[in-house]
Ligand binder design. Sequence first.
Ligand code: CTP
Length: 455
Amino acid sequence: MTKVITYGTYDLFHQGHYNLLKNAKALGDYLIVGVTTEHFDEARGKVNVIDDVLTRIENVRSTGFADKIIVEDHDGQKIEDIQRYGVDIFTVGSDWVGTFDYLNQFCKVVYLPRTPDISSTSLRENKFKIMKTGIVGTGRIAERFLAESKYVSGIETVAAYNPVKESLIPFSEKWTLQAESEDYDKFLQDIGAVYIASTNETHYEYAKKALLAGKHVMSEKPLTFTKAEAEELYGLAKEKKLVLLEAVKAAYSPGFQRLISIVQSGKLGEIRDVEANFTRLAKDGSRERTDAKYGGGFLEYGSNVLLPIIKILGKDFKDVNFHILWDENGVDIYNKIDIEYENSMATAKTGVGVKTEGQLVVSGTKGYLIAPSPWWITKHFEVRYEDEDYSTGNKIEVYEPSFQGDGLRYEISEFIMKINGYARNSYKLTAEESIAMAEITERYMKFRTGCVPKS
Ligand code: CTP
């Protein structure tokens, strides 16, 4: 009996998939089809797959060609499967010619002709109305947004807004965007969504105006400086059936989601402590180091460290305490935040003028998880157990999820998926979690008002 194996995502099942499976079956007597999981696709940078894995499996099954269907969820699995199932022929479409030649040492590799003029990508593009988007703010992060959005179907950035013309004009010329420096309402007129990447203190106003004008909003963090403002924005979005997404990059990255799922699975026992650090030495003279009101460690990076704490320990904290080191010009160059919960505790440190190891440690009653810097792109973390009597030594599980590009593509993809009515119930960063982060930001703002040294 000749066993054949093939793999694919099979999103929005189409004629090309059908032909491929039919031809693959004809190569032998028994066909195994590997269907990718969502996480595997996301991790390898295939963002905005629409059908969930069960739907995709069902579509493959209903062709009647597959004798066995398996899921593919990690790199290197093909070699394992070929050996496990005693496969004779590995096959995929001709778009992959050369890529899988390395499997020749295990079985025969056949590239089947690809059906012309059809792909899941083109179907997705037709299905999604292209969302015309405008960018507010024209700094570094806006550049990265534009570069990364090329990897996401269904978004086209057409306009930029910035009252500071010296920044706006070269930016909009470089990226061929409509430029607007005065009239925000005019900027909003011909777009359906905005990405807010302006300075921290302006996010709320720009977001509110955009939502009132009926536009979807993705805003850089922190979304607001108060809980009430965050509640107001999420309330507005809900009322107007718009998407509002706070762009805390880690929340949407596949590795971070894996980390959170592992913590929530109970592997570490009850979680008693979360420690999250994020520090970056900002250049002297930079906005982060000179804007005493809206720069500084916490407002720059607070959302990054609050994210794992709120996601793991929840939003019902009992108390929050701040310890801050101020620069002579009143900028918060380094800070430590202690958050108390009923049965657990958390510490977060951020800084723009003091460098620490930026690690994330989650401690439980059975073991702990450690993710070294840069944990927010989550390419490596370990779950560690230490034996009571050290008789068998320590047990360490290493996780190395993949992460593509700069990572912004994951949040952009989530934004577009939500706009198109998918991922509505996504748990990656809920409104409640984002509001809880705003509440801590509000406490920080109140605390600093009471203690910023007068220069
Ligand atoms: N395939 C094919 N002809 C097409 C499209 C896909 O033969 N027109 C084959 C691929 O070569 C692969 C299998 O179908 O062996 C599953 O491919 P998959 O990546 O799921 O489909 P695509 O339509 O190529 O998806 P995407 O556009 O998202 O890359």
